[in-house]
Design a protein around this ligand. Sequence first.
Ligand SMILES: Nc1ncnc2c1ncn2[C@@H]1O[C@H](COP(=O)(O)OP(=O)(O)OP(=O)(O)O)[C@@H](O)[C@H]1O
Ligand SMILES: [Mg+2]
Length: 274
Amino acid sequence: MSENVLVSVHNVTKSFSLAGTFKKKRHTAVNNVSLDILKGETLALVGESGCGKSTLARLIMRLTEPDSGEIIFDGTDITSLSGRALRPFRKRMQMVFQDPASSLDPRMKIRDIIAEPMEIWKICPDRRERAERIMELLEMVELKESALDKYPDQLSGGQRQRVGIARAISIDPELIICDESVSALDVSVQAQILNLLKRLKKKLGLSCLFISHDLSVVDFIADRVCVMLNGEICETAEPDILFTKPQHEYTRYLISSIPEIKAFINGGKNEYHQ
Ligand SMILES: Nc1ncnc2c1ncn2[C@@H]1O[C@H](COP(=O)(O)OP(=O)(O)OP(=O)(O)O)[C@@H](O)[C@H]1O
Ligand SMILES: [Mg+2]
């Protein structure tokens, strides 16, 4: 395996039994998917609702078991690891969720929310060191110190997403998976968060799997894009190539159905570009 590959997914399949039917009837959510996430790259996964994006993310995070195939993380086959053996890999991958309002505990102060992963992973156990690290993280996600004593519902959606990002990066992961992390935000706030993710990725050398159904978002943030259709990857390309020379009919359909992208292709300015 090439040294610059962080995650390699080989022929991974995952099916679920359909509720209310005989056991034998199954729905294949992820069908024989192979992809590589390179070190330091943002790989986007795009496709319509139900095509298997989150299932693939959960498979990579090893939150769910594949029926077949392999997941290799930094040269180690983690497909059949569990418990203690899997733990060090869990630390190296972190998730930023779509809806920080429901993924952040409403009864906890921001300070404790940001500190929680460090506590779990026993990072910066010294109190002073921990406080310094929290300040450093706040600065990285561009939040004010006054946010620390607030509760999640006292922050805006964009600020809450910054807290989610601070939490995710607090334990120095190598891969972050952003599953529709900006979808619930207004377009202008989306742009701020996307710019922040881009800066952090560069600064920290992170790899990122960025899941979205929105091609204009993907165009802004991704180094490469995988287009997913019915559990399969139908096309992978760099955004410029994908938008100017889409190979698959479904990619052409996705592009034609997004007005911002049409404007972009026609020489218009994409609103995320600053
Ligand atoms: N735990 C589960 N049990 C049964 N079916 C599931 C389960 N998780 C996912 N599925 C099914 O697998 C398919 C893919 O779901 P998935 O959540 O991966 O799609 P998605 O691309 O992330 O969609 P969205 O854009 O709406 O988030 C769907 O048909 C879904 O109903
Ligand atoms: Mg999903």
